[in-house]
Design a protein around this ligand. Structure first.
Ligand SMILES: *Cc1c(COP(=O)(O)O)cnc(C)c1O
Length: 450
């Protein structure tokens, strides 16, 4: 197997291996790491995946990226431990499918990335005898999934930042009830503020000795495992003109799909389903990129992102260059500047994108329940609403990214029923919370890290 190297989307940092891309998270030039080559799976390779367990498919794909530093038997064990839950596909009518990514221990699709990344990082830290501090900003689900995935590992400390007022109680409890090596921090600000604080910490020389590492969706180690379920869904549905409708916030899930396509999965199109943060559908339509600042607060709160971090990777793949403008100290002066336009005609062939309002989300939850007796939650509803809007004559696989029980107030309001609570969430109600509240102030974060 050929060793895969990574470059930065800003072109000012050197090539690195998968291991360094994971440990650094972000490139020193503030760009995102992207692979310079990818393995290719033939149609026959992919069809063979239908006979395998999920974790075996994960192993077959991921081994190409880590062959230089993790022996195959160790990687297989990591995949087996990370993916010990089901990943069902449900056909709801002739042309519509739901891929359930919410059966992991924190009932969100973030488990796919977090459980893999945690194990890889712990593997590296243990082998190299170092201590790592994982700092992560969450718009809802990442924090819980990451915290849960790292809980109890000796050589890793996790600091998780969340916007005080933008997450649900269950989402908060998934971070604040763990204790041990997990520290939860509520920021008086938006998710974008949290993300900006974290990004700044990574480039702060004062914190260098703390071995900061990111588990955010800027980390390539988060993207790679998210390509696996696209392979699995494809072999399960087995339709060659398959379209995926992806509920998108930071576009990590979408980039997982794009990677899968680049590695050989025949994807007809991606429907990029966003909430009222409509910067991407507007960009596809007009060719002008304008971040939504501040991001809008919608019921699909894990998607309240006005400037998706992974968009830089997507734009890069289509020959463009999207970056932030910074001063000499690395502070962002202007977010999301399109320095070079991508091949937008090609992007329009590969993607369609819809912005779904909160009203449409409610109507979709209602419609799906009445028509199919299925309870969906706001994020999945954004993907289904967009699939309905797209009205295309191809099979569409919609991604359900969280369990409805994470949004009981919303389900109650719209359907007037209590969603059944999976065991993984039920026990949270009885645990005590512990967290620190800070202003949107960088110094306060530094004090916590030190
Ligand atoms: C994070 C998240 C999303 C958005 O995924 P991105 O990779 O950020 O685009 C969608 N749904 C849920 C439930 C999430 O937690």
């Amino acid at each position: 197997m050929e060793k895969i190297l990574f470059r930065s989307t800003n072109f000012q940092s050197g090539l690195v291996t998968f291991k360094d891309a994971i440990l650094k998270g972000q490139a020193p030039d503030y760009g995102l790491y992207v692979p310079t080559t990818l393995p290719h799976f033939t149609h026959k390779d992919i069809l063979n995946f239908s006979m395998m367990e999920y974790y075996e498919v994960a192993f077959e794909i991921i081994k190409h990226f880590v062959c230089d530093f993790i022996p195959e038997k160790d990687l297989l064990k990591i995949c087996q431990q990370a993916y010990n839950f089901p990943v069902p596909v449900k056909q709801i009518d002739e042309n519509h499918f739901i891929l359930y990514l919410d059966k992991g221990p924190t009932a969100s699709f973030k488990d796919f990335a977090a459980r893999f990344l945690a194990r890889i990082m712990s593997y590296i830290a243990t082998r190299e005898g170092i201590n790592l501090t994982v700092v992560v900003a969450t718009s809802g689900d990442t924090g819980g999934a990451v915290a849960h995935a790292f809980l109890g590992l000796d050589n890793i400390r996790v600091i998780v930042l969340f916007p005080e007022k933008e997450i649900s109680i269950r989402q908060r409890k998934q971070m604040t009830t763990l204790g041990k090596n997990i520290k939860a921090v509520a920021v008086k600000g938006t998710f974008d503020d949290c993300q900006a604080l974290v990004k700044r910490a990574f480039n702060d020389p004062v914190l260098k000795h703390k071995n900061l590492t990111s588990a955010n969706s800027i980390n390539f180690g988060r993207l790679l495992p998210q390509s696996v379920y696209y392979f699995k869904a494809y072999v399960e549905i087995k339709r060659d003109d398959l379209v995926f409708s992806v509920p998108s916030g930071n576009f990590g899930n979408l980039m997982g799909g794009v990677l899968a396509r680049e590695m050989g999965v025949p994807v007809k199109k991606f429907i990029v389903a966003v909430n009222e943060n409509n910067e991407f559908p507007e960009f596809l339509k007009t060719g002008v990129y304008q971040p939504v600042v501040p991001s809008k607060k919608c019921s699909s709160n894990a998607m309240n992102v006005g400037h998706p971090s992974n968009l830089a990777r997507l734009i890069d793949l289509y020959g463009g260059w999207l970056t932030d403008e910074r001063d000499q100290n690395g502070n962002v002066i202007k977010k999301g500047v399109m320095k070079r336009q991508p091949d937008i005609e090609l992007m329009r062939k590969h993607f369609i994108s819809f912005s779904i309002s909160d009203d449409e989300v409610d109507r979709t939850i209602k419609y799906i329940y009445e028509k199919y007796h299925i309870i969906i939650e706001p994020h999945g509803a954004v993907s289904i609403a967009a699939a309905i809007k797209a009205n295309i004559n191809h099979p569409v696989c919609c991604l359900e990214t969280a369990d409805p029980a994470k949004f009981p107030e919303k389900i109650k309001e719209v359907l007037n029923i209590e969603p059944p609570v999976p065991e993984t969430l039920a026990h949270l109600d009885f645990l005590e919370e512990q967290f620190t509240v800070i202003e949107n102030d960088y110094q306060q974060l530094v004090d916590i890290i030190i």
